[in-house]
Each structure stands twice: as structure tokens, then as C-alpha cells.
Write a protein that binds this ligand. Structure first.
Ligand code: SF4
Length: 631
């Protein structure tokens, strides 16, 4: 039986999609959306297919029949938020709280109680940048010497690591590239629900995300990509039943798949069902139906494949453990024996014994994992920062990457690892004498994700003619369009192109031709030199030396624009794009050692032998007076 109305998918289209899924064929959006309507026998068949895919993935991971969970404490660092999601009861107003934030001692008290009961994860959940909306939050932070909520979060995470040994998992909402980098050393994993890619739910008055700047889908998709670039094991997911169509729901799953294929960093995908709460604007909306949830989990499993780790929160499923396990989940998420679920306080987590019993009844074994999934624990670098690695290693089974259930967290210092010089020391010679021996670095797949996906993004970028291709950034700052000879790449590779007047500009976009070989005629340039200074800042490097990030202004996948990573919304990101072309405060781009920054080398003049070009560049470099430029 198929549940559909009006112009929805027909029974025949559901059957066809089921046959394709069962035979391992790729599904398109229409087919996946059709599967979401499966009910009765068709749903049973869909669950069977999804379950087989999950089982194959667990066998491949070396833990057949194992369903995982994480034993945690929930730390609501602040319940103030600058957003106004219409279904949220977590966010509140300052006068309903004793203080804008939990203070450090309160945070540590919760963590210590959790450690005493064998918890290994400290889940920090908090509102998004409350200081930008609430003076009370701003004043609280200022009084204690913190510039922002994220600064305070970082300090609390360090305190938890040092005092209790619990592993922080950070859920602070939207983060920029640089904020992800700053938080990575204090947490083995982070997360942010994508929720939906339906922009209309954010932009239309009355929509569940209207008035919430951090819920713009393009912004959240950018966070997923940035987390991948930074190499953060990341949790994301979708929220179903908030007014999205089936096609929009499937689109969100496809977006998650795209991000995962690009970077391989999405350790877990949560499929969460909307439950209406009193005291919210959406209290009259019906709850997402459980068969709808099961069908969505199964479709997510089919689309994301056997290696995806898919979770459904056990306190939101009304006891339907067996249904969700049949649908293809392999994780129950974080469960706390100590604290309530502050986001859904009316729905307590099941006791661990109960969860284990229901899991066993369905034919699985419940095992504890850490906040960071076993695959990333075993891989270690580059997913785990050396400063948190000892904390993770102390609680993890090195064989399986799962938690050692008997281990008790103990606080240990959080500090820079001792400098032990290692690695290759011959690069300065071999790069010049031997050159590259491959077209990409040896660990490309583990660092940057699927090569074919990156190449496909580069092709798409060239086809749309966007200035800087996204895949190029994903490939470590190497301009793939240039490398492969695309038109856009050629334009950038030959910055000294000849103008109609017969003069040259140093870099495309600079309207100032050089008056002599080594002087730019742009007198506004503080340190004139040849090549002239402003254009030596590549336009894909931000004004503070941070890389640009990918932000879509209207469509996350089809209309990309590039802007600086320091902005937190697509709007501000776009407005910051102008500053990306201006000079950094030090006069030259900052060389951060990041794979996304490039050394500002001057252009080559055509028609001169290589040896003379080198000499010319060396002379040019010697004459440069700009601070921060190699001399
Ligand atoms: S961003 Fe999160 S905390 Fe803030 S209102 Fe929305 S759901 Fe609530």
C-alpha cells in the first residue's frame, strides 16, 4: 500500500524506485521523494533494503551488529540566542534565567558529576551568538573578560578537559572557518544540524526559521563545507516535519551527501522528527509521524550509503526502537544518566539498561562510543588536534576506536605537544631536483575527501565560470582550473597579460600599469614596487589573512560567490568580499601555513628565459619595503 494523495507519486513510481534501490542503482530526487511516501508493504521492503545497507556498513567497519551510543552530560552553557526558531523552547529571555551563562564552576560541577557516573562526553549546547541580541549576555561576558560567547565556550572546554577529562562536543551554531580552527584544538568533535535546505522556510514571514539569521540554509551549508576544510569530525542532520516538502527533504540529504563526499568529515547524520511543544509558535503543528520518520531514515540510509552513521534520538520515537533499527540507524546518539535533554525537557532519555534491552531485542548489541566516532579515533591526525589526542586516547580502545566502557575520565593538562622534529627534511632539495611525483599529495583522500567529487566540483566551477573554483580550494589552494588549462585558469596563470595600449598590468583587475620595470604607477600604493602591491594580494585571500570561503547567496549549489571567512552570514559574507581584495593590515597576505593561503609571488614577464626570470624576481623581492614580505 502506498500513501499518497493528489498529484503525489504513484504506486508504480514507488515500486520502481524500490526496485532501483534494492538493486543498488543511484536514485534521483524524484525517486527518493517517492520512497518517502512508502507505507505498508512498500515501507517494509524499503526498511529491508536500508537495513541490509546498514549491516554491510557495520561489517565493513569491523563491528557487525553493533549499535552505538555516547554516555554524556548536557551542558546548556547559555539559553540566550539571537535566533527565533518558531519551534524552540530551549532559547529564552534573560529575565527568565538566573544568569546569562552558566559560570565556570557550574559547568565543572555538571562535568564532574558526569565523570563520576562514567560519562565520557560533555555536550555543550548553547544559543547562537546571544551577545549580538541581548545586552545582558554582552555585559556578562565583558565583566569576565571575554569578547564573545565562543571565547567563553573555548575556555570552558579547556577547563573540562583539564579538570575532568570529559571530551567536549561543541554545538554553538554557525561558525566561520577561523572559529572552527580556533575551537578544533579544544574539542574532538563539533556539530550543527543542517535541518533543511528549504530557503523559503527561512525567508517567508511565518516560516519556522523566519527571523533567524543563522538558519539560512546557504549559511549552514557553508559551515558544513568549512568544517570539512578544517578537518573537524562533524555531526549534522535534518529536522523533518517543519513544513518542508518531500523534495526539499531529499534535497537536504543530497546536500549532506555532497559535503561528505567532498571532505569525508561528517561522522554522523541525525534524522530528527519535529515534536510540537507548548509555548511555541508552532504548538498547533502536528508532530512528524513515526512512519514518516522511519521512511526518511531508510531513504537517508539508501542515499548516504553503508559508511554513513545514522542516528535517531531515542527519546523522540515514542518507544518505536525496533522500527527505527529496521529503518537503518546504527546509533542512538548521546544519552545521559545525569542531566535532562534541555532541548526536549518533556521527553526524558531512556535508561541505558532499557536502551540496551530494546536494542538486543532487535538483534543488535549496544556499545558505547566516544563523542568522536571510531573511524576518526583510529585515524587520529589530521582529524584530532594533538592537544586533545591524549584525552581521547585515554578513553578509547585503540583496536576498535570505541570507548573503553570501564575507563573513567581523568583531567589532564591541555597543552601544546612537545616539539619533536620529524617528517621529511629533504623537501627543500627534492622539490627542486626531482619535482612532484604525483598529481596530488599522498594523503589527499583522507584529508580532502573523494577525488572524483572534488574534480566534479572543479568541472562545474569552470562550466559556470566562477572566479575561484571551490574544488581548487578543497585541493589545498591549488588552482585546478589553472592546472588543467581552463580559460579562467589561464587568465589567472598569466597575470601579466598585455593590454590594448601595449602596457601591462601586473595582475588582472589592477588599473595601474607599471611606469618602470619595478615601480607601479599607482601612487596610492604605500610601498610601490613591481609587481605593484595591491594586486599581490590574491583575491581569494581575506584581508586578515584568512582564506575565503564559499557562500551561496541564493542557491547553495548553483550560484556560488566567494567572500571572506570571517563573516557569519551570507549577507555579511558577500559584503565582505570587497575587503578580500584590499591589503591586509600588515601590507601583505598573512602566511598562516594554512593550505588555503598562497604566497604572493609576482608575475612573470613573458619571453624571458627561466633563469633571468628568477633573477628578476629576486631583484624585485630585494627592493620590496613592504613589512611581512620575504626579503
Ligand atoms: S538557533 Fe537553536 S537555540 Fe536558537 S532559537 Fe533556534 S533552535 Fe533555539
Amino acid at each position: 500500500m502506498v500513501d499518497h494523495t493528489g498529484s503525489g507519486p504513484t504506486a508504480a513510481s514507488v515500486d520502481r524506485a524500490l526496485r532501483r534501490a534494492a538493486s543498488g542503482r543511484a536514485l534521483d530526487v524524484d525517486e527518493a521523494a517517492a520512497l518517502l511516501t512508502a507505507r505498508g508493504d512498500a515501507l517494509d521492503e524499503l526498511l529491508r533494503v536500508a537495513g541490509e545497507i546498514r549491516d554491510a556498513g557495520l561489517r565493513e567497519a569491523g563491528r557487525p551488529g553493533v549499535v552505538t551510543f555516547s554516555k554524556k552530560v548536557f551542558i546548556p552553557l547559555t539559553r540566550l540566542c539571537r535566533d527565533r526558531c518558531h519551534y524552540c523552547t530551549f532559547a529564552t529571555v534573560p529575565h527568565r534565567l538566573p544568569a546569562a551563562f552558566l559560570d565556570r564552576d557550574e559547568v565543572l560541577a555538571i562535568a564532574r558529576e558526569g565523570a563520576a557516573q562514567g560519562c565520557k562526553e560533555a555536550l555543550f549546547t548553547l544559543g547562537d551568538r546571544p551577545e549580538e541580541r541581548w545586552p545582558a549576555a554582552r555585559e556578562w561576558l565583558e565583566a569576565r573578560g571575554y569578547d564573545s560567547t565562543l571565547d567563553y565556550l573555548r575556555a570552558c572546554a579547556v577547563a573540562v578537559l583539564e579538570e575532568t577529562g570529559l571530551l567536549p562536543h561543541l554545538n554553538p551554531g554557525v561558525l566561520s572557518w577561523s572559529e572552527l580552527q580556533r575551537l578544533k584544538p579544544v574539542a574532538p568533535s563539533m556539530g550543527m544540524m543542517l535541518e533543511t535546505t528549504a530557503t523559503r522556510l527561512w525567508s517567508t514571514p511565518g516560516g519556522p526559521h523566519f527571523g533567524s539569521p543563522d538558519k539560512e540554509p546557504a549559511v549552514r551549508l557553508r559551515v558544513l563545507d568549512d568544517a570539512g576544510r578544517v578537518g573537524v569530525p562533524f555531526t549534522t542532520g535534518i529536522l523533518i516535519g517543519i513544513g518542508e516538502t518531500h523534495a526539499e527533504r531529499v534535497d537536504a540529504i543530497f546536500a549532506i551527501r555532497r559535503a561528505q563526499r567532498g571532505y569525508g568529515h561528517l561522522q554522523e547524520v541525525i534524522v530528527q522528527n519535529f515534536r510540537a511543544k507548548p509555548d511555541t509558535a508552532m504548538r498547533g503543528m502536528p508532530d512528524a509521524e513515526l512512519h514518516d520518520l522511519a521512511a526518511t531514515v531508510a531513504v537517508a540510509r539508501v542515499l548516504l550509503g553503508p559508511r554513513a552513521r545514522i542516528q535517531a534520538p531515542p527519546n523522540l520515537i515514542a518507544g518505536e526502537y525496533d522500527l527505527l533499527l529496521r529503518a537503518g540507524i546504527d546509533d542512538w546518539g548521546g544519552v545521559s544518566p545525569v542531566t535532562p535533554d534541555h532541548v526536549n525537557p518533556e521527553r526524558p532519555w531512556p535508561r541505558l539498561e532499557e536502551l540496551a534491552r530494546h536494542t538486543a531485542k532487535a538483534g543488535f548489541t549496544l556499545r558505547e562510543r566516544l563523542t568522536v566516532y571510531p573511524e576518526y579515533v583510529r585515524a587520529g591526525d589530521p582529524w584530532l588536534d594533538p592537544r586533545v589526542l591524549p584525552h581521547v586516547s585515554a578513553l578509547a580502545d585503540p583496536e576498535t576506536g570505541l570507548a573503553v566502557e570501564a575507563a573513567r575520565p581523568v583531567g589532564r593538562p591541555w597543552q601544546e605537544p612537545e616539539e619533536v622534529f620529524g617528517g621529511r627534511t629533504d623537501l627543500h632539495a627534492t622539490i627542486d631536483t626531482t619535482g612532484r611525483t604525483g598529481d596530488r599529495r599522498g594523503d589527499f583522500d583522507s584529508v580532502y575527501g573523494d577525488w572524483s567529487e572534488v574534480a566534479a566540483q572543479a568541472d562545474a566551477s569552470r562550466a559556470t565560470g566562477s572566479g575561484v573554483d571551490r574544488a581548487g580550494a578543497a585541493a589545498g589552494g591549488v588552482d585546478r582550473a589553472a592546472a588543467s588549462g581552463g580559460d579562467a585558469g589561464r587568465a589567472r596563470r598569466r597575470p601579466g597579460r598585455r593590454r590594448a595600449s601595449g602596457t601591462r598590468t601586473c595582475v588582472p583587475g589592477c588599473g595601474w600599469p607599471p611606469t618602470t620595470r619595478r615601480r607601479c604607477s599607482n601612487r596610492a600604493t604605500p610601498t610601490p614596487r613591481w609587481p605593484c602591491s595591491p594586486p599581490t594580494v590574491p583575491r581569494w585571500i581575506g584581508s586578515a589573512g584568512s582564506p575565503t570561503t564559499f557562500a551561496a547567496t541564493s542557491s547553495a549549489t548553483t550560484s556560488p560567490t566567494w567572500s571572506t571567512a570571517t563573516s557569519t552570514s551570507a549577507t555579511s559574507a558577500t559584503s565582505a568580499a570587497g575587503s578580500a581584495r584590499s591589503r591586509s593590515g600588515s601590507g601583505t597576505p598573512t602566511r598562516t601555513g594554512s593550505p588555503w593561503t598562497r604566497s604572493p609571488t609576482g608575475p612573470r614577464r613573458r619571453g624571458r628565459p627561466a633563469r633571468r626570470r628568477s633573477a628578476s624576481r629576486a631583484a624585485s623581492t630585494r627592493s620590496c619595503r613592504s613589512p611581512g614580505t620575504p626579503t
